[in-house]
Design a protein around this ligand. Structure first.
Ligand SMILES: [Zn+2]
Length: 119
């Protein structure tokens, strides 16, 4: 999950394609991934929950991206492991989480949320 987030930030489209389960790839998947990379400025990631049982994992996270000022992508994702390789399958979108005004900002600035993206 973290490595897929990093790949979105760094623009590693091929990594994102190969870690997407083959059954989930659309014919124009690489183009769609590149389009997301080119139009999204990611700000931060919070992992809220992580469960693994053998070759199945679920990760709940919130990814933040820039959009006057930001949007939350809160998702519970499913991953499976096949021949030692983890694949992203799908996810369910969830409501925005409450962000504490005095908590450190999700963007990693080291400033409280209320003085940074929450201002
Ligand atoms: Zn911030």
């Amino acid at each position: 999950m973290r490595s897929r987030y990093s790949a979105f930030c760094l623009g590693h489209a091929n990594y994102l394609l190969t870690t997407l389960h083959p059954s989930k790839r659309r014919p124009d998947e690489l183009k769609q991934i590149e389009n997301t990379i080119n139009t999204t400025a990611w700000l931060g990631l919070k992992i809220l929950d992580h469960k693994q049982a053998n070759d199945l994992a679920e990760v709940e996270f919130v990814a933040f991206y820039e959009d006057a000022p930001f949007v939350q992508l809160h998702e519970r994702s499913r991953f499976t492991r096949e021949a030692g390789q983890w694949f992203y399958h799908d996810g369910v979108f969830m409501p925005d989480i409450k962000l504490g005004r005095n908590e450190p900002c999700f963007c990693g600035s080291g400033t409280k949320f209320k003085h940074c993206h929450g201002s």
